[in-house]
Ligand binder design. Structure first.
Ligand SMILES: Nc1ncnc2c1ncn2[C@@H]1O[C@H](COP(=O)(O)OP(=O)(O)O)[C@@H](O)[C@H]1O
Ligand SMILES: [Mg+2]
Length: 204
């Protein structure tokens, strides 16, 4: 309200501090959202978790579609690899699967430098999985060990974030009997996160 002049026009020298204040508020909001999401996982984990058949190709398409406005805003792209297999049916909670993919896509868009090209692949390689690949700078070896721990962030990052996204996503994946991993791709550009899920009909 100070910024938009609800209390009359703010003195010019307030400009910079108000900008910082807005940014800090945004950071706090992101953190509170993430912590609330964590609490919800703790308290409602298995009670509200569904265990349905999930058409992975469909879910990947939905996630890519939902990401379009953000991708446009960031001058990036999010696509599902057309060579995906047709009928990968996994077992788990569709909303959670979508939430995990949203997190991964968003990270890929935000942290992949100027390239911002995100590709989703549905794969059946002895296990069902959805990979989210970007063509950014990748994640240095020394950061990989702690990447999935809560509050793990790049100290120098200028992006607003909580460092909880990957931790929450991995927790959700494991609760569904799946997992979330980061692939080692020596020589390749960018990062490749892989969400592993149980095939339909298998016990959790
Ligand atoms: N696709 C990616 N490419 C490069 N770095 C990434 C990618 N995804 C995540 N990271 C790094 O991992 C950190 C943790 O990610 P996350 O748990 O989602 O938290 P947040 O996005 O709130 O920082 C990010 O701050 C970023 O440094
Ligand atoms: Mg994130």
């Amino acid at each position: 309200m100070l910024k938009d002049g609800s209390f009359g026009s703010a003195p010019e020298e307030w400009g910079a501090p108000l900008e910082v204040l807005s940014l800090k508020l945004e950071e706090a909001r992101v953190l509170v959202d993430a912590i609330l999401a964590l609490r919800r996982i703790d308290s409602t984990a298995s009670i509200h978790m569904r265990d349905d058949h999930i058409n992975l190709t469909e879910v990947a398409r939905t996630a890519a579609k939902r990401a379009q406005p953000r991708a446009r805003l960031l001058h990036g792209s999010v696509v599902v690899d057309p060579d995906r297999i047709g009928s990968a049916v996994a077992q788990g909670d569709q909303d959670r699967t979508l939430r995990i993919l949203d997190n991964l896509i968003n990270n890929a868009l935000v942290y992949s430098g100027d390239a911002r090209r995100v590709v989703l692949r549905v794969e059946d390689v002895g296990g069902l999985q959805v990979a989210v690949e970007d063509s950014g700078a990748g994640i240095p070896e020394e950061r990989r060990v702690h990447l999935f721990e809560p509050f793990s962030r790049d100290d120098e990052s200028t992006e607003v974030g909580s460092g909880l996204g990957l931790f929450i996503s991995r927790t959700l994946a494991r609760e569904m009997g799946g997992d979330l991993t980061l692939d080692d791709r020596p020589g390749a550009r960018g990062s490749r996160f892989v969400l592993h899920l149980r095939p339909a009909g298998t016990p959790g």
